[in-house]
Design a protein around this ligand. Structure first.
Ligand code: AMP
Length: 280
């Protein structure tokens, strides 16, 4: 396994791989890898000849008051994981390699998909995500890229971007990997203290309460939403950022359950903002 920090070097390597007719899978990450990332890598390994993992804490997707500086980083640990998983290349550029002085071009996804859910609390976040992914796809030129359903709005926006811009990358969604008690694995879980970690299971618990309601035939979205909101509010350490139930195909808010309904939430546990979702 090789760690590549330079864009030109990464481009040459990717070109060589493609010229040999080998398939190239890519897993974009911000590092501090856990089982969630590993599952994407495993899927990439199963379906491609060569796998590149990008590890880049992308400054343009963090807001001014967000955790860019404090976001956990551990390249040594990440390298070990990648090596064990049989990754061929890690692409790990410095921020000024990706955004040199005078950098000024951005990819802005449509408002329909960003003026909702995480896009409201995190204005500019998906502009940063789309910009960095367009750059990474251009540098690595993968046949397949792998994304977690944990960041479901990101997955939907990236799919749309790749289609709209004819980027020619197959976007693959992979299921959410969870801790034993149901909390979705996340690099940000390391911010939680012991008490907060226990409280954090409320995200999954409340979604499952809503699901139970739906399984029993409830179709009224406001009623389902209320069950979920009440459940979250029963946890003193939790503060709701949003709980939304939308049509996942159109991103429209709905009153009655649709065929492809997305229940998505962001909840602060103490100062840590966690997300979870369910497609029903
Ligand atoms: P991040 O490093 O947090 O930017 O995540 C990189 C990729 O891993 C994204 O596509 C995430 O959706 C995915 N991912 C993160 N956590 C999980 C998880 N618990 N299960 C599945 N995929 C995940």
């Amino acid at each position: 396994m090789k760690i590549i920090r330079n864009i030109e070097e990464m481009k040459i390597i990717s070109k060589e791989i493609k010229s040999k007719g080998m398939s190239l899978g890519m897993v974009p990450t911000m590092g501090f890898l856990h089982e969630g990332h590993k599952s994407l890598i495993k899927c990439a390994k199963e379906n491609n000849d060569i796998v590149t993992v990008s590890i880049f804490v992308n400054p343009t997707q963090f807001g001014p008051d967000e955790d860019y500086e404090s976001y956990p980083r551990d390249l040594e640990h990440d390298s070990k994981i990648c090596q064990m998983e049989g990754v061929d290349y890690i692409f790990h550029p410095e921020p000024d390699e990706m955004y040199p002085d005078g950098y000024s071009t951005f990819v802005i996804p449509g408002e329909k998909m960003t003026n909702i859910l995480c896009g409201i609390t995190r204005p500019g976040h998906f502009r940063g995500v789309c910009t960095v992914l367009t750059k990474l796809f251009s540098i690595i030129n993968p046949d397949n890229a792998y994304f977690g359903e944990k960041d479901i709005q990101q997955l939907a926006i990236v799919r749309k971007m790749v289609k709209d811009l004819n980027l020619g990358v197959n976007i693959n969604g992979c299921p959410i990997i969870r801790e034993e008690d149901g909390l979705a694995k996340s690099s940000r879980n390391t911010y939680l203290n012991e008490e907060e970690r226990k409280a954090a299971i409320i995200l999954r618990k409340s979604i499952l309460k809503g699901k139970e309601f739906m399984d029993n035939g409830e179709k009224n979205v406001e009623k389902i939403r209320k069950v979920i909101v009440d459940s979250i509010n029963s946890e003193p350490l939790a503060k709701i950022d949003y709980v939304e139930i939308i049509d996942f195909d159109t991103f429209d808010r709905i009153e009655k359950l649709s065929k492809n309904t997305l229940i998505a939430m962001a909840v602060y546990i103490g100062k840590t903002r966690l997300i979870d979702n369910l497609i029903y």
